[in-house]
Design a protein around this ligand. Structure first.
Ligand SMILES: Cc1cc2nc3c(=O)[nH]c(=O)nc-3n(C[C@H](O)[C@H](O)[C@H](O)COP(=O)(O)OP(=O)(O)OC[C@H]3O[C@@H](n4cnc5c(N)ncnc54)[C@H](O)[C@@H]3O)c2cc1C
Ligand code: FES
Length: 232
């Protein structure tokens, strides 16, 4: 949770994913969408901002995961790049084996100008498959459709496969139908509007098969099959 200004306006901190951790530095990747992010974008190098965190959970990655597939939609790329780096670095220490495939990344954006982090992705041992809604970069169309097509064309093993996803609700909802049908494990990072960020206001709850859960405290990452989408 970042305080975008040093004053009382806006009063509430804004939630952001940790994009990358570089030594003692934390990086955030954000888009200006309203008042808070507008103020944040006007801050200068050397300015101080208050940070409350890290909060909530993170993507549960195990070294034993064989086929890792990352899925990002729009600004959902922010935490996925950090995760990709973590996986890529940890795999350099693992023995290469035929059964261990390099992670795949499916990344959808609206248009070419909104495709971010291309250089970061190129430097990693990750195969990115990028789509844009208007076809100005990569494959034209929806990234979940691309993913489904890729799985069927390459007869990708669904057994032992784990998906990690972050993006708009529509994307995650469509992904959850696919993973349920195929029996693939999938973890999704949700974005709900937040007020306190520490579990007290209940402003960020989502309905799950285990009851209501706070995205800021029990999340933001949930097994996708637990989410009850109709009641979000
Ligand atoms: C766990 C979590 C992680 C996030 N990570 C990132 C990130 O890494 N990078 C990033 O750019 N943004 C991220 N967001 C979204 C970010 O918090 C909002 O964009 C920000 O709070 C908007 O603040 P604002 O004052 O500029 O806009 P506001 O004036 O508050 O709102 C402007 C517009 O943005 C919409 N909006 C506000 N909050 C959200 C939200 N949480 N999800 C979708 N739409 C929203 C509002 O409905 C409104 O239409 C994350 C949100 C959550 C909950
Ligand atoms: S934002 Fe207050 S409980 Fe989650």
């Amino acid at each position: 949770m970042l305080s975008v200004s040093n004053g009382l306006d806006p009063l509430l901190k804004r939630p952001f994913s940790i994009h990358r951790i570089l030594g003692d530095d934390l990086q955030f990747l954000y888009r200006v969408v309203g008042k808070g992010t507008e103020i944040l974008s006007s801050r200068k190098p050397g300015d101080t901002i208050e940070v409350l965190g890290p909060l909530g959970n993170s993507f549960p990655v195990r070294k034993s995961n064989k086929n890792i597939v990352l899925v990002a939609g729009g600004l959902g790329i922010a935490p996925i790049v950090g995760l990709a780096e973590k996986i890529s670095h940890s795999r350099q220490f693992l023995k290469k084996s035929d059964e261990m495939n390099g992670p795949l990344l499916f990344y959808g954006a609206k248009t070419k100008n909104e495709v971010m982090c291309r250089e970061d992705l190129e430097s990693l041992n990750i195969k990115p498959i990028i789509s844009t809604d208007d076809g100005t970069f990569g494959i034209k169309g929806n990234i979940v459709t691309c993913l489904k097509r890729y799985f069927s064309r390459h007869k990708l093993m669904t057994e032992g496969c784990t998906l990690y996803a972050c993006g708009p609700e529509m994307m995650l909802k469509s992904l959850s139908s696919f993973t349920a049908k195929k029996g693939i494990h999938c973890f999704a990072a949700l974005e709900q509007n937040m007020a306190c960020g520490v579990g007290t206001c209940l402003g960020c709850v989502v309905n799950t098969k285990k009851g209501y859960r706070r995205v800021c405290k029990e999340g933001p990452v949930f097994p996708i099959e637990e989410i009850i989408w109709d009641k979000l």
